[in-house]
Write a protein that binds this ligand. Structure first.
Ligand SMILES: C[S@@+](CC[C@H](N)C(=O)[O-])C[C@H]1O[C@@H](n2cnc3c(N)ncnc32)[C@H](O)[C@@H]1O
Length: 198
């Protein structure tokens, strides 16, 4: 998938111009967790709406990471905030030299965007990047109406999420978001999850 080309051509159906509608609730529910995190990573940050909202609550340094330089440039221009550094890079190579560097990772439509055969690499990268007792918080995409082969976004079952993450993470909490974008409403497509690194 050529993400840069999608951004250049404006072929970005995921781009809603605002943070995930459930994020304010999660920021409130996990206020202390965000406040106490010194270093946060947001992989596949796109235009950075989530990162910018998180930056208002989080106490530490936030890194918005995206493989597409077009997305990073737009995020940088839109949200030139002091506590966010915008990074262009591949998540799968990001952990080199950064083992245990992050207290918290925010996941939203990065996992569902990557090819399903690379999911184990994603789980390995998360386990490497997040420190012991750190957290992976995110909105995942079980999306039962959307066949796996017909992505991105790619469907994932809850059972597969457990297969991928149970080795290094403990599921602390999960719930269907009470708010989401209009185009994703009413179909049980999303699941908020908080995983703690063992
Ligand atoms: C579906 S978009 C979601 C963007 C953003 N999270 C949002 O909701 O607006 C997926 C994003 O992940 C980025 N991406 C895909 N593979 C990546 C990788 N291996 N490393 C870093 N970013 C990646 C793409 O460039 C794209 O911006």
């Amino acid at each position: 998938m050529d993400w840069g080309r999608c951004y250049r051509q404006g072929d970005t159906p995921w781009e809603k111009g605002e943070p995930h509608p459930e994020l304010p609730f999660l920021l409130e529910r996990y206020r202390e967790l965000f406040a106490k995190s010194d270093r946060l990573l947001i992989p596949g940050c796109g235009f950075g709406h989530d990162a910018a909202l998180i930056a208002g609550t989080a106490g530490g340094e936030i890194e918005g990471l995206d493989i597409a330089k077009e997305a990073v440039m737009e995020a940088k221009e839109k949200y030139p905030m002091e506590n966010i550094s915008w990074q262009c890079g591949d998540l799968f190579e990001w952990s080199e030299g950064k083992e245990g560097a992050y207290d918290l990772v925010w996941e939203h439509t990065c996992f569902s965007a990557i090819p399903p055969e690379t999911r184990l690499n994603y789980a390995v990268a998360m386990a490497s990047l997040i420190r012991q007792n750190g957290y992976l918080l995110g909105v995942f995409f079980p999306n039962p109406d959307h066949p796996a082969e017909d992505g991105p976004p790619f469907h994932v079952s809850v059972a597969e999420l457990h297969q991928l993450f149970d080795k290094d993470f403990l599921l602390e909490w999960s719930a269907e978001p009470s708010k989401t974008y209009e185009s994703r409403q009413g179909r049980g497509r999303e699941l908020s999850m908080l995983w703690q690194r063992k």
